[in-house]
Design a protein around this ligand. Structure first.
Ligand code: 13P
Length: 240
């Protein structure tokens, strides 16, 4: 199966910086389909990224989406709106949304279902906290989170899950390849979909992670903000 490498820019890169990064990315990877590639800029940079990446093999995803088509939901963006501007998909349920903005298993499932219903692709994020891993609860937490997605979206060829252990996000601590493999197996027992690993993925650790049989790609944060490191991770995925 072709691997997918997606860059979650989080709250970095307004339109001017997005244009520069995307133009360089388009020059470097062109239309090469060896690996699926996506970037997830902030909402205000989506249109610029789409224009700069037109004709390239890099898809543009939003970082979230609302579960209603329209309505009084200040600060939110609907799936139809993302479709209208040409976005290919969106993330849902990122741990930073769960931690800081009250996202739950239920709202994550609702957002995924709505996005998939209009034809967007979805990367749904799951992952345990450090104290949950230390307590031996990793599998139970993942099962709870993935079952909630599965209840909302029983099966879809457009769905991908990202396993992002919260203790590995932005900390420089990476799950070992074996820890990632074990978690991906738990997820795939419930949902038969591609599973990406996320959490301090860097050019230095990408090859080892990508070599695991159930690691179908990566969701990259910090290292996706730099073209050289993002392309190096893509190259590791292509070689795996
Ligand atoms: P880092 O790669 O910066 O640890 O972020 C991972 C992440 O949260 C991607 O969604």
């Amino acid at each position: 199966m072709r691997k997918l490498v997606a860059g979650n820019w989080k709250m970095f890169k307004g339109p001017a910086e997005a244009r520069t990064l995307c133009s360089e990315l388009a020059d470097r990877v062109g239309a090469d389909p060896a690996v699926g590639l996506a970037v997830c800029p902030p909402y205000v940079s989506l249109a610029t990224a789409l224009a700069a990446l037109e004709g390239s093999a890099v898809d543009v995803f939003a970082q979230s989406v609302h579960w209603e088509a329209s309505g009084a939901f200040t600060g939110e963006v609907s799936a139809e709106m993302l479709l209208e501007i040409g976005a290919a998909g969106c993330l849902v349920g990122h741990s930073e949304r769960r931690q800081h903005f009250g996202e739950t298993d239920e709202t994550t499932g609702a957002r995924a279902a709505c996005a998939l219903a209009v034809g967007l692709r979805v990367i749904a994020c799951v992952g345990e906290l450090e104290r949950e891993r230390e307590a031996g609860d990793t599998a139970a937490v993942l099962e709870r989170q993935v079952h909630a997605i599965e209840r909302a979206v029983p099966n879809s060829a457009q769905l991908v899950v990202a396993y992002e252990p919260v203790w590995a996000i932005g900390t420089g601590k990476t799950a070992t390849a074996d820890q990632a493999q074990e978690a991906h197996e738990v997820i795939k027992r419930i949902l038969d979909v591609p599973v990406l690993y996320g959490g301090s993925v860097k050019p230095e650790n990408a090859a080892e992670l990508m070599a695991m049989p159930d690691v179908d790609g990566a969701l990259v944060g910090g290292a996706s903000l730099d073209v050289d490191s993002f392309v190096a991770i893509r190259d590791a995925a292509a070689a795996a």
